[in-house]
Design a protein around this ligand. Sequence first.
Ligand code: AOF
Ligand code: ZN
Length: 365
Amino acid sequence: MAHTTPLIHQALGLAAQALFLSSPNPRVGCILTDSSGAILGQGFTQQAGGPHAEVMALRDAAAAGRDVRGATAYVTLEPCSHHGRTGPCCDALIAAGIRKVVASVADPNPLVGGQGFERLRAAGVEVEIGPGSEASRELNIGFFSRMVRKTPWVRMKVAASLDGFTALPHGVSQWITSPEARADGHAWRARACAVLTGIGTVLEDDPQLDVREVATPRQPHMVVVDSQLQTPPDARLFAPQRQLFIYAASEHPERQKALEARGATVIHLPGPHGKVDLPAMLRDLAARGVNELHMEAGHKLNGSFAREGLVDEWLTYLAPKLLGSGRGMAALAPLDALDQALALQFRSVDRVGPDLRILARAPGR
Ligand code: AOF
Ligand code: ZN
């Protein structure tokens, strides 16, 4: 009998190949083996609307003329049982004569949620659940967040000097970190479903918010938090084939018309103090299929997100420079005592060119 762990590891490696590709679908890998552990076929989730991992693996085996009857499927997520944009993977596996399924974790999608396993068992397929569950969840942290919490996984990127400044006092911020760190940042944009910024950054930097430094099969959507609807209709954000969502707090029919004429979707979600209701915006983005939300904004919007407890993960690049003064990473209310500090947990520290990359998470995330 083949040993489970290395095969699930290999399937997780396949799943990782869908990192920039499958949004808003989860990244899933699948390997089919015979009873000696020899690989008959393999695959991973394709772009939205395209085949799932199991179907790719079955096709791979068929293309090579390999018989999969009696085979075992190693798959990093519960095979789906629903008719979405594609047919149920369970049925495809059953029809192909698969005898055993080893799956990392149940699909948190309420349309599936355990029914895939039930359907397989009812058809006499042996089911084993659990190997690789942590890694599969981690790879799909945004998908799990959207399905379970109904809100995206919010990853905030900041580039700062070693003393924690993200811009000079008058706002100049290009460039504090190295080209290597910026390229690494683009890989994190590429895996996100959407990249978010604030109107301050749009007006100051006229950013494109696209993926340029790494090859990617798809560009993330764009989101601008723009309470007064001040986005210029000629901003560089407007690009063919890319969705731009602008969240506003007040009505400006003329400006809205001009932005919509350029292809933007304008959404009104007024919150307190004339600002956008940020938690409602996140729920709306989740409903639109955003799993991982990558934020690159200024200290004010970063501060609003942080104060409302909306940041799940901080992706921080630190350059070996001291600026001495300037804007911080996130404008928080002045604290009276150190125990009021926003507490985080470091997850990893890496060198990227001359800079440091530090990943930190809010406790309990
Ligand atoms: C699987 N294998 O490789 C993936 C699954 O709209 P559809 O038909 O593409 O279905 C999307 C849902 O399918 C998605 O929300 C998730 O529950 C599941 N993803 N399932 O069996 C896969 N990517
Ligand atoms: Zn499926």
